[in-house]
Design a protein around this ligand. Structure first.
Ligand code: BEZ
Length: 191
């Protein structure tokens, strides 16, 4: 068992389930596959500043509450010396409807990561876009979501690239996520 987050001045454990899995643009001391309980990854959030524009939003992931669900991703340990700076930068990067939320992380290192870390639990933080936020889109049919992702582009690049990179990163972690992989197949069919 790892020691829990040590309050405001200790290291931070940050959970990534979207772009933070494949583009963690901040310094971290350790990285480890992990999951959180009671939440699932869904392409229910509009993106007007990264993978779309205000007149044509893209679709990116947020977390949706569901009893019994779990969401797999990556836990990053961020040292106490840079944690406030990292959170400040992420608050700006993710300003389109996301807020921070405390969450319990279940660390499940891959075989490679297991050289550094063992299974355990830590308190951490996740960025979460709640229903009703300014860019919330909610559910749509698979075909509608795929079409929107296939046509959307924003300052950070094509929406389809975001989806494909996320799917590839989940595969590399040996994580199955039918929602992501079905969308990936549908977008490839459309493109
Ligand atoms: C993430 O990858 O954890 C993430 C997803 C959406 C917004 C911010 C972070």
């Amino acid at each position: 068992m790892h020691s829990a987050q040590k309050g405001p001045s200790g290291p931070l454990w940050l959970f990534g389930y979207g772009s933070l899995i494949f583009r963690p643009d901040f310094p971290f001391t350790r990285r480890c596959r992990a999951f959180i309980r009671g939440l699932e990854r869904r392409f229910h959030q509009g993106s007007t500043d990264h993978r779309g524009v205000p007149s044509a939003p893209g679709r990116v992931v947020t977390l949706v509450e569901r009893e019994g669900a779990s969401c797999w991703g990556v836990a990053y340990e961020v040292s106490s010396t840079v944690r406030d700076h990292v959170l400040g930068r992420l608050d700006v990067r993710e300003k389109g409807g996301y807020e921070r939320r405390a969450v319990r992380l279940h660390l499940r290192p891959t075989t490679e990561e297991a050289k550094q870390l063992t299974d355990g639990e830590v308190d951490g933080v996740v960025y979460f876009a709640a229903e009703g936020n300014i860019n919330h889109l909610g559910p749509a049919s698979l075909g509608e979501m795929a079409a929107q992702i296939a046509r959307s582009v924003g300052p950070s690049g094509a929406n389809s690239e975001y989806l494909f990179k996320l799917a590839a990163a989940l595969r590399a972690l040996d994580v199955d996520d039918p929602h992501v992989f079905e969308l990936e197949r549908s977008v490839r069919d459309v493109l």
